[in-house]
Write a protein of this length. Sequence first.
Length: 350
Amino acid sequence: MMIRSACAVIALAAVAPLTAHAAEELNALVWCDHADPAFLEPFEKAHDVKVNVKEYQGTAEGLTMLEQSRPGDWDVMVIDAVDVHRAIDRDVLAPLPPEALPVADFFPELVMASHNSRDGVTYAVTDKFGYNTIAYNKSKVDPKDMESLKALWSGKYDGRIGIYDYYLPALGIVALSQGVKTADLKGEAIEGLREPLMKLKAASKQVADVVGSQTALATGEVDILVGGGEFLTATLHAENPDLDYTIPAEGGVLWAESIAMLKDSQKPELALEFIKYVTSPEGQARLATSSCYWGMPANAKAGEHLTPEQKAVLRWDAQADYLKRAQLYPIPSADDDAAMQDLWTDMLQN
């Protein structure tokens, strides 16, 4: 998922495990937003503990790190919600007590029981989400045009569009523009995206990674970014408040991260307390506005701890409507994934 790439560049440098004088230590495999000292310190002070964090950028990398570690080296792990079942298959996660998790306070769409549980057992809990959608400069683009994905193919903005170079959310957005649900993006439906994808490429100025895309939007090299979202515009808002994002009528692609306890943790009680902090309204507000990248808190009560300005940047009041139009990342089979990557490569080379 693109957020890990964003972490590596937008974030502060990785926080290495530190020697501390706290009574206990907790070791966490995380994305960069969970490494922010302003996020960790309240928990550390409340529990007289030092949280040692190690950042990673992809699920495969995180699982490999677990395999190469000794049992008990790590206590908690942040992971893509769509990849929780991969970790369950590896038998590395511990069951969580549902009664200890504040999911009743979550945006209903972010409980994601089908992702975080198996056979009635909860193994993870969603803690943050956001969108791959349309980001734009509202001083140069008519916000009304951004209410429909059709504007990308209208010709009005040719040469002013950037595309985030990650095939899953980008193809998901193209699919939505054609009335294809992300869950149905398989088989012949993938090849059906070829023509609109190539037309979008022809209308675009660049296809770039998250850093190049962010830079292009910030400097005005492009005015619209396909695949952008709050994770980019919120970070840049202080420098350029004209940068914004929206979910068009056809929809956007939703990303979500979850947090889990590791099966071999030697400190399960403390690990659970950390998970409870992360999903509490206070912890959620701090995580949502992490210095690494912003995103939406899964716990709707976090809004009580966000400032009016923070809510405005996140488009807090629009979330109920946005979530109705958002669809989850495609989860392709091996064959469909290969077909999607081949199509994306053809587009890049076109």
